[in-house]
Every structure is written in structure tokens, then in C-alpha cells.
Ligand binder design. Structure first.
Ligand code: PLP
Length: 380
């Protein structure tokens, strides 16, 4: 079956009890046992829930892994992942990492003796150099947030494998509609389902999809032991979002391209970052590695913070808010919002300047979005 068909049917048979075409929301924290330890597959809601099980099976199939695990947030998924690394473990992470991911890695560094090195992975020779020393985890985001840099997943994974490190890819920005890290060799895919998978800005959720069944068992144990699990209702909403992921990602891509092209070449614009533009330094890799370019566009404005703040004020269709990936367009000022937890020096050293604005292009009419950014540029 092709992907858009699988979005609706993979892992989602009609409810065996009633024939309901959608999995019911099983609001039950515990499950009857016929005799001690004789049950129908469910015991206690933290360990497993039938609604969650359908979401997890769907996620596993869409990402091509053996095991899907749903969490209460993307960072809940990351916390559970990090629980599997003993103190002293070494992590080589992409440098332009989600702010909350950076904060959690740094917390583990201070609190639990995790060793973390951040590398600009757009150049694989830097990854190779970092992996000259043994490592336990290679952590990728691609495209990255907010600079939309790409990492060659197959290349980075090959280097991770040679170093005997686990390769994990945060696939939140691309989603399985556009990119399949496990097919490219990754061991684990991480998601913030809050974003495109949920797709409607109405839940917070996360996921891990694990390739190897043995490792899958270990992380299933950790999911229950740590307990950062989502509610059955949130699982239902993510499943509902997944049904329309294909059409939404296509629409997000059309919006983003319209916005990126409108911004390009304007005298108030220093640079537009969108993998779908020919001017993007890794456009060729994007074409090879992804089947679309996604809905995120970042733009660096001339005039720093003042210009950025005036631009934000001028937007009327884009809403100023953190987060991304919903049907509505959102705009973010990373330096003061999503990435405020990253110290200025580190932030600016890798390009998150005060003039940078990040746009999550929704599925409104692309022309209205392009008009909106042009109007806001005029008002700077
Ligand atoms: C939002 C986000 C996260 C964190 O997910 P939460 O659901 O907010 O905990 C991780 N990675 C990326 C790329 C994100 O955008």
C-alpha cells in the first residue's frame, strides 16, 4: 500500500468488539483479571491501554520500526530515551538542536554525568572527527530547529554504526510523510507528536519508534518504569491527526514555498532558510533525502531585534506563539521565545540571531500567507 492509504489503515483495524471504524477512547486505568495474572492483554493503564496500543502500532508501521511507544510529550520521550544511558555515556548531538532538548541534555550532563558534544553535522567530516572518540548516542535533528539545516542521515548513521553508537533521529519537522530515518539506517526515531502528527495544536505528545525488537522491549520496559505516558484521549487525537497527515504536509509545503519565495530577495531580508529553495545550501540533499520540504521557514531580517519585533507586530494571519505544525500559521522569535534557554553566546555562535524569525506555515490559502509576510515587511 502507498503511504496515504497506510496513514488511514496501518495498525488500525475496526474495533473487534463493536466494529467502530475508529478505535474507542478506552478511559480505564485498570483491567479486570480472570485470575491473578490472567488478563486480556491489559493490566494497568500505565503499562498499556488499547487506544494507545493502536497509536503505537500505527507509529511503528509508518516509521518502519518494530516497536512504537507513545509519551506524554516529546521531552517525555527524550527523558525515557536518556534513562537508558548510564552516567558517563557520551552523546554526540547536532548543534542546532531544539531548545528543550538542549536544556534536558545539559541537565543530564550536570546531574547525571552525561558527556555531551554538539557538532555542526551539515559537514560529515565533523561528525567523523567527533566519533574518533567512542560514543554511545548520536542524536540528529533534520531539518533542524530553527535554522533548517539538514543532516545526511545515511552518512551520519554509517559513522555512528562504526563507532557502535545508537543513532537517533528527531523526525518531528519532516514526519514520516516526508522522510524515513529508519529506512536510512537509524535505530530510533523520536517525535514531538504535539506538532505535525497531532497537527491541530490541541495536544502535547511524544513518541519513540525503535527498529530492533530487542531494543524495543527494553524501551517498552522503560516506558512503563518512567511512566511519562499520554492519556487515551490524546492518543485518539494524534491518531485522528495522522489520518490527514499526507494532505496536510502537502498543503504545509505549498504554503511554506509561497512564503519563502515572497520573502526572498526583499531588501529587508538578509536570508531565507527553506530546504525547498534552490538557494538553500543543502537543497540537493533535501531532494535526495526528503519527499517534500515541509512547512517551516526561517528568515533573518536586516536590523536585528527591532526589525524582527516590528515584523511580528505587522503580521495578521500568523499568530505569535511557540510551537509549530498545526493547521494555523504561527510565528516565533527564537531568541526570546523557544530558544531563550540557550545562552546568547551559544545561540549566536551557531546563527540564532536576534533578527531571526521562524514561521510555521499552516494550511490557510498560500496567497494570504505570502501577502501577510509582505505586508509585515513593509511595516518594518
Ligand atoms: C517541540 C519539539 C520537541 C519537544 O516536544 P514537546 O512535545 O514540546 O515536549 C522536540 N523536538 C522538536 C524538533 C520539537 O519541535
Amino acid at each position: 500500500m502507498r503511504f496515504n492509504t497506510r496513514l488511514i489503515h496501518d495498525g488500525q483495524p475496526a474495533d473487534p468488539l463493536t466494529g467502530a471504524v475508529n478505535v474507542p477512547v478506552y478511559l480505564s486505568s485498570t483491567f479486570r483479571q480472570a485470575a491473578p495474572n490472567r488478563n486480556q492483554g491489559y493490566v494497568y493503564g500505565r503499562s498499556g491501554n488499547p487506544t494507545r496500543a493502536v497509536l503505537e502500532a500505527t507509529l511503528a508501521k509508518l516509521e518502519g520500526g518494530s516497536t512504537g511507544l507513545a509519551f506524554a510529550s516529546g521531552l517525555g520521550a527524550l527523558t525515557t530515551l536518556l534513562e537508558s544511558f548510564p552516567s558517563g555515556s557520551r552523546v554526540v548531538s547536532v548543534d542546532d538542536v531544539y531548545g528543550g532538548t538542549w536544556r534536558l541534555l545539559e541537565h543530564h550532563r550536570r546531574q547525571f554525568g552525561l558527556r555531551v558534544e554538539y557538532v555542526d553535522m551539515t559537514d560529515l567530516s565533523r561528525v567523523r572527527a567527533a566519533l574518533a572518540e567512542p560514543a554511545d548516542l548520536v542524536y540528529l535533528e533534520t531539518p533542524t530547529n530553527p535554522l533548517l539545516k539538514l543532516v545526511d542521515i545515511a552518512g551520519a548513521v554509517r559513522l555512528a554504526r562504526r563507532a557502535h553508537a545508537l543513532a537517533v533521529v528527531d523526525n518531528t519537522f519532516a514526519t514520516p510523510a516526508l522522510q524515513h530515518p529508519i529506512d536510512l539506517g537509524a535505530d530510533i526515531v523520536l517525535h514531538s507528536t504535539t506538532k505535525y502528527l497531532g497537527g491541530h495544536s490541541d495536544i502535547i505528545g511524544g513518541a519513540l519508534v525503535i527498529k530492533d525488537p530487542k531494543a524495543g522491549e527494553r524501551f517498552t520496559w522503560l516506558q512503563n518504569a518512567v511512566g511519562a505516558i499520554p492519556s487515551p484521549f490524546d492518543c485518539f487525537l494524534v491518531l485522528r491527526g495522522i489520518h490527514t497527515l499526507g494532505v496536510r504536509m502537502r498543503a504545509h509545503g505549498e504554503s511554506a514555498l509561497a512564503v519563502a519565495e515572497a520573502l526572498s530577495g526583499h531588501r529587508r531580508v538578509r536570508r531565507v532558510l527553506y530546504p525547498g529553495l534552490r538557494s538553500h545550501p543543502q537543497h540537493a540533499l533535501a531532494r535526495r533525502q526528503m519527499s517534500g520540504f515541509g512547512g517551516m521557514v526561517s528568515v533573518e531580517l536586516e536590523g536585528g531585534r527591532r526589525a524582527a519585533l516590528r515584523f511580528l507586530k505587522g503580521l495578521t494571519v500568523f499568530t505569535l506563539a511557540e510551537s509549530l505544525g498545526g493547521v494555523e500559521s504561527l510565528v516565533d522569535h527564537p531568541a526570546t521565545m523557544t530558544h531563550a534557554s540557550v545562552p546568547r553566546r551559544e545561540r549566536e555562535a551557531h546563527g540564532v540571531t536576534d533578527g531571526l524569525v521562524r514561521l510555521s506555515c499552516g494550511i490557510e490559502d498560500p496567497s494570504d500567507l505570502a501577502d501577510d509576510v509582505m505586508r509585515a515587511l513593509k511595516g518594518i
